[in-house]
Design a protein around this ligand. Structure first.
Ligand code: GDD
Ligand code: MN
Length: 407
């Protein structure tokens, strides 16, 4: 492996009982990667003679492609199946870029060069091969049922993680290339087959490109995908939702906002019911809703950006009240306006609260829950001084710039 320090691309192929296709894949990979210093890492969980076939083929192959097979013995080593195999491959990879490709030739190996060139040309962190863009197809998926499930899963993921996946047309595909540094220090905990989703949601990437491809029928052997994998994909999405703070922020915000709205409306209705003045019911309802929202946003929506110190928390509470006041002003103004047209206070207030929520999200995301270390660094860069941020450790400008360059 020492000779691989200049390796440009590490190709990771998970295999389980792929004796029929692996030789063809390796030959095609060699042809596809001619001229690019590359290594192939096969992570094998086979019970058939796939490892023996790999040995045989690599012996015969001439050329500079380095091929390595890591065979995992039956038992706990194989826990996590396909995606833990890919994670192991990623941990072993040496090159700047890592590409993942299936061994059954459903992903065309010659496309690897396109993925790599696209990444280089556009300085992209991720290049996804996509079946769902013009020029691509998912015809190779086995049967109408599998196609339906594939589309359903894709849209479930896109709806659940809209900010992350808005520009990704095939987030669950198994054929893609990443700049390896985007997963440096990131703990990957995928369940099932969808390692691409795991990397998209947890990875530290900024730019993504897509290259259409045609998903062929299997060249031989059998698919290991079944209903269980579909259920695992849903479990995986739920885990990401719970574990990755930045994932599905908009849904978390809406959930918190929903709780706040219930509290707001319940208080408002109760106070009206006991004969309180309308303005009083509005103010108290809004304040209780705001307190609920600030607490839950710290615990759920922006927990990765919350302040840990008491003074930071107090400052944020103040800022949140300020931004909420803006949204409450929007709430009142719209309520007053609607009151002229519709005579049902609860409907007027519900609509007004919705507008207030949009104002609130925008301000919370850009003004309240911001990475205070980053802001301090930015000011320091202007002033050329040392930074002492209360939440972040003391960082000199030089260190800050080095850290920025490493990102
Ligand atoms: N090491 C290891 N361990 N490899 C596995 C395992 C496992 O438990 N299960 C499957 N593989 C390997 C297969 O040998 C193959 O190379 C690849 O992972 C994909 O497995 P298939 O059984 O052929 O899956 P599929 O064709 O139904 O689905 C694939 O393509 C989809 C579309 O791109 C997967 O990559 C999906 O994640 C992907 O969405
Ligand atoms: Mn397959």
């Amino acid at each position: 492996m020492n000779s691989l320090t200049n390796c440009a691309i590490s190709v990771i192929t998970p295999t389980r009982n792929e004796r029929e296709t692996i030789a063809q894949l390796l030959n095609k990979l060699q042809r596809a990667l001619t001229g690019i210093p590359a290594e192939v890492i096969i992570v094998d969980d086979s019970d058939d003679d796939t490892p023996a076939v790999i040995k045989q083929v690599t012996k015969k192959m001439r050329g500079s492609l380095s091929i390595r097979c890591i065979h995992r013995k039956p038992g706990p080593e194989r826990d996590g199946g396909l995606s833990s195999a890919v994670c192991l491959g990623l941990a072993e990879a040496k090159a700047e870029y890592a590409a993942i490709i299936d061994a059954d030739l459903q992903h065309p190996p010659q496309m690897l060069r396109n993925l790599y060139e696209e990444a280089r040309e556009h300085n992209a962190d991720i290049v996804m091969a996509t079946r769902y863009k013009s020029g691509g197809s998912y015809e190779g998926l086995d049967g109408a049922g599998r196609k339906f499930i594939s589309l359903g899963m894709k849209w479930t993921a896109k709806i659940l993680f809209p900010e992350t996946l808005k520009s990704v047309s095939d987030p669950l595909g198994g054929f893609f290339l990443i700049r390896r540094s985007i997963i440096d220090g990131v703990e990957l905990r995928p369940i099932g087959y969808k390692i691409s989703l795991e990397i998209l949601v947890r990875g530290k990437w900024n730019s993504i490109r897509e290259v259409p491809y045609q998903f062929h029928a299997r060249a031989g052997g059998q698919s290991k995908s079944d209903l269980k994998q579909g259920i695992m994909a849903l479990q995986h999405m739920w885990r990401l939702l719970c574990e990755a703070p930045q994932a599905a922020r908009i849904w978390k915000f809406l959930f918190v906002g929903f709780c706040g709205t219930i509290i707001n409306l319940a208080t408002f209705t109760y106070l009206l019911h006991i004969g309180a003045a309308e303005w009083f019911a509005l103010v108290i309802g809004a304040e209780l809703g705001t307190l609920n929202n600030f607490t839950l946003h710290n615990l759920i929506t922006w927990r990765d950006k919350r302040s840990t110190s008491l003074s930071g928390l107090a400052q944020n509470a103040l800022k949140f009240h300020l931004s909420s006041s803006m949204s409450i002003i929007a709430n009142f103004l719209l309520y007053a306006l609607l009151r002229h047209f519709i005579a049902i206070p609860i409907i007027d207030n519900a609509v007004a609260i919705m507008l207030a929520m949009i104002v609130n999200y925008t301000l919370a995301d850009t003004f309240v829950f911001v990475d205070r270390g980053a802001i301090s660094k930015m000011f320091a860069a202007f002033r050329g001084k040392k930074v002492l941020s209360e939440d972040a450790p003391a960082t000199s400008l030089v260190e800050a710039q080095t850290a920025g360059a490493q990102k």
